[in-house]
Design a binder for this molecule. Structure first.
Ligand SMILES: Nc1nc2c(ncn2[C@@H]2O[C@H](COP(=O)(O)OP(=O)(O)OP(=O)(O)O)[C@@H](O)[C@H]2O)c(=O)[nH]1
Ligand SMILES: [Mg+2]
Length: 416
């Protein structure tokens, strides 16, 4: 066993030194604050398993003090029992509360033990990831390929775990591409053409009204202006609605306002001669207090209407996911992906649609009325290629290195 001491200003830096010199199999034996205020690590390579187990026991929970004489012990005291309350003789006594000592030396030691535990977890995750690279090199490389595209760890794992088996000579890049081609579902173009009524729901400003105007323009060009009608259940707000009012005036299309389920049915009845009816809705936020009210009105549309969930490709993945979950009761069966032209990465939106098994219906790639709206089926390969193009930029948004892979796919992948 080879033991060495490292000192650096921060934990991250000292770890990088260890990784560089001793490789991913190095084990940290001890960690403490160095005299100059930095971090000191004692590490070993060619360790034996028993040593690792002993170290783990030393930092896990109550065994900490017992297993490691250098580790802080809890130093607790019990709160004094309060005087008995004569008016509540039958109440159960308050259980003694454990209060940790605030002695600065002990607090510092406790922090050290915590950081040691964190380090060990990182080390275990790294060991586990390295082990996976050895045992399942193709799967591990496929996970790496997907992660580089910005696919979320849970989604990447889901795709790879779904693989039946892989020949050892499979090319990871090709497998990753095949997985995306399989799981990024699209709606058949002929199906889109069959839809007479379409409503779009989604967050504020994602491009719902603009997309409806694009759909109407395209339809009117083919079938004449008398073929299109609009219903607005958007609130009376200047802005989006104003744009729709002007557009309807321009092409002489009816725009019917509906506030209630009954009003919505009446509006649809009024527009029954139109071969395309488009329903504009107000933007929603996941914590919108009026959301339930609005959802109830939309739920009334039932199966008569194609309900598109608009997701902005340039939005944060977490926000897209939260909104998708919030709008689940509406049963939107397909997605309109907007602002693809403004996305810095497509991994996020692709993860969301794959995670929720939602097929893409349309892609919006700019503000152009006709040229920037596409049936997703016709643009699927382009979209996936675009995901690769964005991911191959010089400075990726999230650097996917060994540390990232170990953290998300190692045994201790607690953030996944
Ligand atoms: N770059 C780009 N901009 C878009 C796209 N789609 C819509 N926009 C722009 O996004 C802005 C908001 O579009 P709206 O259609 O008003 O969005 P909305 O979802 O109806 O907004 P609310 O009704 O306020 O919820 C406008 O400036 C649009 O021109 C797109 O695909 N790419
Ligand atoms: Mg709008």
């Amino acid at each position: 066993m080879k033991i060495k001491r490292y000192v650096a200003p921060t934990m991250r830096e000292v770890l990088a030194q260890v990784r560089e010199e001793q490789g991913p199999d190095a084990v940290i034996i001890s960690n403490r604050r160095a005299e100059n205020g930095g971090v000191e690590l004692i590490t070993a390579v060619d360790y034996d398993d028993a040593l690792m187990d002993e170290a783990l026991r030393a930092v896990s929970g109550n065994d900490a003090a017992a297993a490691d004489p250098g580790a802080p012990h809890p130093d607790v005291y019990e709160r004094p029992v309060p005087p008995a309350n004569p008016y509540a003789a039958s109440e159960a006594p308050e259980p003694p509360r454990i209060v940790w000592s605030q002695d600065p030396g002990l607090v510092a030691m406790r922090r050290e033990v915590e950081s040691l535990r964190e380090l060990l977890e990182q080390q275990l995750a790294a060991l586990s990831w390295n082990d996976r690279m050895r045992r399942e090199p193709v799967q591990a490389r496929v996970l790496l390929e997907l992660s580089k595209l910005g696919i979320a760890p849970d989604t990447a794992r889901l795709l790879v775990d779904g693989l039946a088996s892989l020949a050892p000579d499979s090319e990871p890049a090709k497998v990753a591409l095949a997985l995306l081609m399989k799981h990024v579902a699209v709606v058949d173009e002929a199906d889109l053409k069959r839809q007479r009524i379409t409503a779009i729901v989604g967050a504020t400003g994602v491009g719902k009204t603009t997309t409806l105007i694009k759909l109407a323009t395209r339809h009117a060009q083919k079938h004449g202006p008398k073929s299109v009608g609009f219903v607005s259940i958007a609130e009376d707000r200047i802005g989006g609605r104003d744009e729709l009012v002007s557009f309807c005036r321009l092409i002489d299309a009816p725009l019917v306002r509906a506030d209630t389920a009954r009003g919505l049915s009446a509006a649809l009845a009024q527009l029954q001669e139109r071969s395309l009816v488009l329903i504009d809705t107000p933007g929603v936020g996941p914590r919108d207090p009026k959301l339930a009210e609005r959802l109830a009105l939309l739920q009334h549309l039932g199966g008569r209407c194609q309900l598109l969930l608009a997701l902005a490709a340039n939005a944060d993945q977490g926000a897209l996911d939260e909104l998708t979950r919030t709008l689940k009761p509406l049963r939107c069966s397909r997605v309109l992906l907007t602002k693809v032209d403004e996305a810095a990465t497509l991994g996020g939106p692709l993860s969301v649609v794959m995670r929720h098994a939602l097929p893409l219906a349309y892609l919006s790639t700019g503000q152009g009325l006709v040229e920037d709206l596409h049936a997703a089926a016709a643009r699927r390969i382009w979209l996936i290629k675009q995901a690769y193009t964005l991911a191959s930029r010089d400075a990726p948004l999230v650097p996917v290195d060994d540390h990232y892979m170990a953290e998300h796919f190692g045994r201790q992948a607690k953030h996944a």
